[in-house]
Ligand binder design. Structure first.
Ligand code: 5GP
Length: 108
């Protein structure tokens, strides 16, 4: 069965797309936890970050997250939840970009 994010990539579920290329899509999070909250999602599905063994794929994911973050924010926070205990709810690897707080990140 397709993951939620595969269905978003296929436009079966609507989302606000802020970036897309052959390998990645970045969308606005539906329930933002910061003034700017984006999700960077590889189109190649893996369930969680530590299932990606290929260093090039890992590097590309981080480069894409940084590129998208820098296109919208000067400073930002990147978060990757890994597994249920790590707070992961959607089992299709993704990077959260959070930022835009007045006076900086309140989380620390
Ligand atoms: P996780 O907890 O797996 O790291 O993050 C999943 C994120 O996906 C959550 O921040 C949640 O708000 C977001 N999300 C869940 N369903 C949807 C949806 O249908 N559309 C969008 N744009 N974001 C979603």
């Amino acid at each position: 069965m397709a993951t939620l994010f595969e269905r978003i990539i296929a436009r079966e579920i609507p989302s606000t797309v802020v970036y897309e290329d052959d390998g990645y899509i970045a969308i606005k999070d539906i329930a933002p936890k910061a003034p700017v909250h984006l999700l960077v999602i590889p189109k190649r599905v893996s369930t969680r970050l530590d299932k990606i063994e290929d260093a090039q794929q890992l590097g590309e994911l981080m480069q894409t997250a940084i590129r998208v973050a820098k296109s919208q924010l000067q400073d930002y926070r990147l978060v990757i939840n890994v597994g249920q205990g790590g707070g992961q709810e959607v089992f299709h690897t993704h990077v959260h970009i959070l930022g835009g707080w007045e006076g900086g990140n309140p989380v620390g």
